[in-house]
Ligand binder design. Structure first.
Ligand code: C5P
Length: 236
């Protein structure tokens, strides 16, 4: 059964903590993305650990291998269920990230987080890919990058739900997919381009669904998250 990840993309630690409390009973995974990671890192990690919730560090590391390895060591902590890097950082960088995570988890005596690689951002259109010099469509690029990620030892990739079926066909069902760009029917797309509903994403085989604004911006985040989970279960 696919799991729901709620993106804690809110500007203050107070609001992030409030969201964790509101959604606590649902046993979802919380995503610590750039807004919380750069804005209030110590508060958010301490709170997640104090409440013993699972979290995904959406750090999107992309630098030279040694620097990424060092950053990974700093990010692996108890409770870190997933940490990610950019596949465009290349095979050596991804291998270094996987090795550093394993080493640090062993030192801390915690379980090793899954390392995921971002393929193509879900906000990118085909025009954006051409502008940055990537030939081919999003699916072809995501598949190529996913193969590099798998060979480097990553557990899976961050991709659009539109790419899940092709990736699973090519790389096998066990290679995990984590999909942002999820929009329940009727909600705003914002800056996301390649979107799917929660039910559609589950039906194509996505393993983790990331939902941010449709839950965090709702008048009642708990009700909005419950509705997403109900839709996911209905399509499992
Ligand atoms: O609010 P929304 O549901 O669009 O949030 C999606 C989250 O997933 C954001 O935190 C964004 O940074 C992240 N993300 C993404 N596309 C990727 C990787 C991560 O939207 N390819």
């Amino acid at each position: 059964m696919a799991q729901l990840i709620v993106a804690l993309d809110v500007p203050s630690a107070d609001r992030a903590e409030h969201l964790i409390d509101e959604l606590y009973e649902l046993d979802v995974i919380f995503k610590i993305g750039m807004e919380s990671l750069y804005g209030y890192p110590e508060r958010i990690f301490s709170y997640c650990e104090a409440r013993d919730v699972r979290y995904f560090v959406d750090a999107k590391l992309h630098d030279i291998p040694r620097t990424v390895g060092a950053a990974m060591r700093a990010l692996v902590r108890p409770g870190a269920h997933i940490v990610n890097v950019h596949a465009l950082g290349g095979p050596e960088m991804m291998r270094e990230a996987v090795a550093a995570a394993a080493e640090r988890a062993a030192e801390l005596g915690t379980s090793q987080p899954h390392i995921f690689a971002v393929t193509i951002l879900t906000s990118h259109s085909s025009g954006d890919l051409a502008a940055i010099g990537l030939h081919g469509d999003a699916e072809a690029n995501a598949t190529r990058l996913a193969m590099l990620a798998r060979d480097a030892g990553c557990s899976g990739v961050v991709c659009s739900a539109h790419e899940v079926a092709a990736l699973k066909a090519r790389l096998g069902a066990d290679f995990l997919t984590l999909t942002p760009g999820i929009r329940p029917g009727g909600s705003e797309h914002g800056d996301q381009r390649r979107v799917m509903t929660p039910g559609q994403a589950v039906a194509v085989g996505a393993d983790y669904l990331v939902v941010g604004r449709p839950i965090t911006g709702a008048n009642d985040p708990l009700a909005a998250a419950r509705a997403v989970l109900d839709e996911m279960r209905a399509h499992a």
